[in-house]
Design a protein around this ligand. Structure first.
Ligand SMILES: [Zn+2]
Length: 262
């Protein structure tokens, strides 16, 4: 793990933690944000930047033994469980941003059901279109966002993309301004965030690799009896998120969600 602390000019009142590289193959954000922080003038907020899974980052793999984002509140001898414990002991902030990239360009955030009301004003301030709410039964409280108050995971865009870096910098800038309650950065005018409550994961229960239909994409509405893949029909209406394109037997196809009002 690498931990970089940038202290502000005035005596600090607020602490921001930025976590990168929870998944080793997404760690490119760390070096870019490190340089960005060096240039940044901070007045009141202490910013801590962390590269979480350094070994996985060096090998450019998602993890060494198991997914670090399923290793919190969980005990075994894996490299990731040890890292999760270290993170639990280090991180204590007013806001924790856990930054990720994925295989698509969309931006969205994920928060735990117990934290969503604490984070609503931040989510509106940082202008993210979709927020997925994770109830405890979905991941058995093993993800980062379920183990820290005021923690939010943000998908900033496609792996290794320039757009991902600039969106991540923007999120950092807006989060600092949110913590400083600064009015220097104008609000982005865009539709209100849609809050989507995660219901359950749809799994590939067949014995063969599954290919999802092209029209089933993140945030698309799926209706009952719609074809999801050649051998799978939707059993109810839902909004699809975290959609994978090719899924091995037993693996997750997507997360079914329902839009809710906050
Ligand atoms: Zn990730």
């Amino acid at each position: 793990m690498q931990h970089i602390v940038k202290t502000p000019i005035k005596k600090t009142r607020k602490k921001l933690y930025i976590i990168t590289g929870i998944h080793g193959n997404e760690a490119y954000l760390f070096e870019h944000l490190k340089r960005y922080l060096e240039e940044l003038q901070l007045n009141e907020v202490e910013v801590n930047l962390i590269l979480a899974n350094e070994l996985a980052a060096k090998r450019n793999v998602r993890f060494i033994d198991q997914d670090l984002n399923r290793s919190f509140n969980f005990e075994n001898d894996s490299h990731e469980c040890k890292l999760a414990l270290e993170l639990i002991n280090i991180i204590e902030g007013d806001l924790i941003l856990d930054l990720h990239t994925h295989t698509n360009k969309e931006h969205f955030c994920l928060v735990s059901e117990s934290n969503v009301h604490n984070l609503t004003s931040l989510i509106n301030k940082i202008a993210i279109k979709y927020c997925i709410i994770i109830p405890p039964e979905l991941t058995n409280k093993t993800s980062l966002i379920e183990n820290f108050n005021h923690a939010i995971s943000i998908e900033v865009g496609e792996h290794n993309s320039i757009e991902g870096i600039s969106f991540a910098k923007n999120i950092v800038k807006r989060s600092i301004s949110f913590l400083e309650k600064s009015i220097l950065i104008p609000e982005i005018v865009m539709p209100r965030t849609k809050f989507l409550l995660g219901k359950d994961f749809l799994l590939n229960n067949s014995k063969a690799k599954m290919v999802v239909n092209k029209n089933i994409i993140n945030f698309s509405k799926v209706i009952k009896d719609q074809e999801i893949s050649q051998d799978l029909i939707a059993s109810d209406d839902f909004i699809a998120v975290l959609v994978s394109k090719e899924i091995n037997p037993g693996k997750k196809i997507l997360l079914k969600c329902k839009e809710i009002k906050i």
